[in-house]
Write a protein of this length. Structure first.
Length: 145
């Protein structure tokens, strides 16, 4: 497992400890983490703070060309909102910990030229499996069900 996916998993575990949804994300530029975050919808009472959105917010303002050389790591397949943000900023590569629990618009993202790598990581899968069983109402709220 890459150090960057491991960092995203650490973010997911932090979110779970805070009473939130265990999804984490990091943004990597030039081999260094420049932003990290986790789903904080519950903690912040937010409608949009998915892990990727929190990560990008925490990265701060970057130049457009920086995003175009970055890699976004997420423990779970990014939803429409988070995928759209990656497309808007032209992030060329997304590494996804798992897409069994939820699959965002991966085919569309690929059709727009983004390279997707699905790791199928057992820790990512287990974090979501346990969470969905324990908190189905919170999970359904997060994915808009």
């Amino acid at each position: 497992m890459s150090e960057f996916l491991k960092a995203a998993i650490e973010e997911a575990e932090l979110g779970l400890k805070e009473g939130g949804i265990p999804i984490g994300s990091v943004l990597v530029l030039g081999g260094k983490i420049v932003g990290r975050g986790h789903n904080r919808r519950v903690q912040k009472g937010s409608s949009i703070l998915h892990a990727e959105m929190d990560c990008l917010e925490n990265a701060g303002r970057l130049k457009a060309r920086d995003y175009q050389h970055a890699v976004l790591y997420s423990t779970l397949s990014p939803c429409d909102m988070c995928s759209g943000t990656a497309l808007l900023y032209k992030i060329p590569r997304i590494v996804i910990g798992e897409n069994r629990s939820f699959q965002g618009p991966e085919d569309y993202v690929k059709s727009r030229g983004v390279e997707l790598t699905i790791v199928d990581d057992s820790r990512c899968i287990e974090l979501m499996r346990v969470f969905i069983v324990r908190s189905p109402e919170l999970w359904n709220e997060d994915i808009g069900e």
